[in-house]
Design a protein around this ligand. Structure first.
Ligand code: HEM
Length: 410
């Protein structure tokens, strides 16, 4: 049908993912890759497929083939993101107890406090790395607190989470997969220890809460450990990416920053717009469970579906002028950065709140913050973000690459 091809490992894609998505959207928003998988770029088709509980499934029996045997594979097979009903329904219902609006509200004051403490530590620094010094520790501290991880053990979770997330990337090397195996073993040992310590119940953390659930929602200890490790990964790297990319985008847009300063109640809306423009996960996978007819094409049962969340988020049919940052875009919240349907991100409201607080606190504290160099990309394929964003405070020096407006007009 066409010469279109989606392979995130190709240099042409890596050089300009957004250009590739634009091209698919303009030519054929649903197409078959040479390897037989189906690529879905349009907002309409992606939303419809993600929400289709009958014909679209995870089919872990097929999806997990990509992972060789080992602890990492076993771990993934037991996490809710790789489950279908009835297991998915049961595990998700139990885990949802930790993400009720009340549970999220309860965390708000604590997140504000963590943000303030991190910014206090930067008060005397004229330059810093926005990722390492702020975007990375904030969600790590939040999820570790939710899981009851003591502060001195956080660094082990940071390293472990990064290793597990790297193992999920398509075509991960044998070395990366071995590191993921090791990380899963270590995290399992740590989580088991926390869980034993909490078996008496009564703690304010998620493990205590989930251990104390009634009969109907009880997960086995091993199920619970797998979900806890998954939460650590799901809730940490992604939110770091959102805060980092979001701050980077706002630092390049003086008008947006000025508007947020005078109307801080816009932060939650702005966060959705930033999620739309820079989704931390660029794509996700599903399997056709039945024959699907879509845009005059036929997808056979068992076919792999590659849903391009990042492309759908910039589909001009849904989001006019899709590449423009419009902090109060009316329908920004319809983005697919958290996917949609039965597997919609369970932590979406928590992530939104963390990012709103982080960005507001950051820009309220440092009104003179600016980028101090090109950010460093993480080289991820699914998980695309920055590992380093150099920033500085105060006016840029006269020898800076980009002249200030006053100098430009001098
Ligand atoms: C900006 C931050 C985040 C982004 C962009 C994000 C994105 C996603 C996406 C796209 C999925 C669906 C994956 C798929 O269906 O293939 C997902 C699932 C999930 N996320 Fe998030 N996430 C974020 C933060 C969080 C946080 C903070 C938590 C919890 C602490 C969390 C917990 C989960 C869970 C439990 C699932 C599995 C849901 C299921 O399979 O039913 N996420 N996330």
């Amino acid at each position: 049908l066409s010469a279109l091809r989606f392979d995130p490992r190709l240099p042409a894609y890596k050089a300009d993912p957004w250009g590739a998505y634009r091209n698919y959207l303009a030519q054929t928003p649903v197409f078959q890759n040479p390897d037989g998988s189906w690529v879905v770029a349009s907002f309409e088709a992606a939303t419809r497929l993600l929400a289709d509980r009958r014909r679209v499934r995870k089919r872990p029996d097929l999806l997990l083939r990509a992972f060789p045997t080992g602890d990492f594979r076993d771990h993934n097979a037991n996490t809710m993101t790789f489950m279908d009903p009835p297991d998915h329904t049961r595990v998700r219902r139990a885990m949802a107890h930790a993400f009720t609006p009340g549970a999220i509200d309860y965390l708000q004051a604590r997140i504000e406090q963590i943000a303030v403490e991190l910014l206090d530590a930067l008060e005397d620094r004229s330059s810093f790395d926005l990722v390492e010094d702020f975007a990375q520790p904030l969600p790590l501290f939040v999820i570790c607190e939710m899981l009851g991880v003591p502060p001195d053990e956080r660094p082990r979770f940071k390293v472990g989470a990064a290793a597990v997330v790297a193992g999920l990337e398509p075509g991960a090397s044998a070395e990366t997969l071995e590191a993921a195996n090791t990380a899963v073993r270590e995290l399992t040992a740590l989580m088991s220890r926390y869980m034993e310590a909490r078996s008496g119940g009564g703690g304010a953390d998620i493990l205590s809460l989930l251990l104390g659930l009634g009969q109907e929602d009880t997960l086995s200890p091993s199920e619970l450990i797998h979900q806890a490790i998954f939460l650590l990964n799901a809730g940490h790297e992604t939110t770091t990416t959102l805060i980092g990319s979001g701050a980077w985008a706002l630092l390049q847009d003086d008008a947006a920053r000025a508007r947020l300063q005078s109307e801080p109640e816009l932060y939650p809306k702005a966060v959705d717009e930033l999620l739309r423009l820079y989704p931390p996960l660029h794509f996700t996978y599903r399997r056709a469970a039945e024959r699907i007819e879509l845009d005059d094409q036929v997808i056979e049962p068992g076919a792999l579906l590659v849903i391009l969340l990042a492309a759908a988020n910039r589909d001009p049919a849904e989001f006019p002028e899709p590449d423009r940052l419009e902090i109060d875009r009316p329908n920004a919240k319809r983005h697919l950065a958290f996917a949609a349907g039965p597997h919609t991100c369970l932590g979406n409201n928590l992530a939104r709140m963390e990012a709103s607080i982080a960005l507001r606190r950051l820009f309220e504290r440092f009104t003179d913050l600016r980028l101090a160099g090109d950010p460093v990309g993480n080289r991820g394929l699914i998980f695309q973000g920055f590992t380093e964003i150099a920033v500085a405070r105060g006016p840029s020096s006269p020898c800076a690459r980009h002249p200030q407006p006053a100098q430009a007009h001098a």
